[in-house]
Design a protein. Sequence first.
Length: 455
Amino acid sequence: MDFLKELKKITSDILLKKEDLYVYAHDTSQNPEELILPLAVVFPKNTQEVSKIAKLCNEYKISIVPRAQGTNHCGGTRPVKNCIVIHFSKMNKIIKIDKENLIAEVEPNVVIGDLNKKLDEFNLFFPPDPSNMAVSTIGGAIALCAGGPRTFKYGNTKDYIINLEIVLADGTIIQTSKNVAKNVSGYNITSLFVGSEGTLGLVCKAVLKLIPKPQTRLLTLAYFDNLIDATKCVNNVINSGFIPSTLDLIDKFTIQTIEKFNPCGLLTESEAMLLIELDGFEKCVKYELEILKDILEKSGATSIVQAKNDEENENIWRARRSAFSALTQLKPNVITEDIVVPKSKIVDFVKKTQELSKKYNIIAAIMGHAGDGNIHPNFALDLENEIEKNNFEKLKDELFFYAISIGATLSGEHGIGIQKQKYLPLALDKNAHNLMKNIKKLLDTDNILNSGKSI
């Protein structure tokens, strides 16, 4: 095939054997009905190579699927017919950390956890913290506008992207902005690419906004006898006059599953738990902690537990981040959903999720970033069992239709990918959806960039 011969001229880092390609036919999402192998997987080393590959694919009308760690939950990094995978694993450099200007310039495969370890040396940090931040990359975070528990106080990825180096579908290289904190010279095209799931351009470099690392962190666990009290407490905390860095809600089943998998002393008989972290200057945090304890007591918390030190703090967070892995001990497949609901509707949504899980006999563990209404129901099932598989599809339909009916969005940080496409027209304004399609057509006329995904 002439295309593959030309591709080999651009890079020798290429996989072509079927057994090698098979590895890249999957991501973390639900197993595909049809397993599709890419024509090749390539590993470019720099922006220029990515540009040449894009030009070649544009010429031959070959689709491009950008990929890093493959932890996408919605099929966004899954191959489509007549495609290649561009794997960014060799573009993993922290190019520059500029403490004076509070920016870092990085390549797309830099792991967020590794970046923050390096930033520790400068007493700086990059706030977005996806739950799998030990493997989540900057490129993936940009593609999905990832957030995590700290979103409530600090915002998500879009709030920390200053400038991007992008390769467009025809191979053109653009800089979306300047490396300065503010820029309204023209349209804000930087934000256009953040959350676009690789359908508008290929991120090859990113300039990130950094902030000073908080002096101290204090983690508090508050337990409740019912979800209603826990959710009301969320609103009481929000209305208190200060903002915790994290405000996460975890239901009883999730508490029990986490504790069994990764013991850290959680109180497993409680119906709900709030995981609340305060950060900032030590004196301010201690003052806020006293206010927080008073709010928790008045809101009906049955037990309030304070992490004693940084080590205990990290142990609890490690356990919290292990929830997805913990569920795999119960069933072979775990599907995590990502709905953002108005905070006034959190209880209703959680109750509906529990009701549907009982109706269809599917295991559901519910957690979420209650501070911003981002709820993550995790469903454990066996996709080889046709009854369970069909029941889950029915559950998902009912859950998404209900979510849309109460003013929720379909995703806060996992994206649409392949698996949520059929619901998207119901969740978007029709004219806005058409505008999105026109933007896609303008930037990617032949639909080669992550085709068949998102909109």
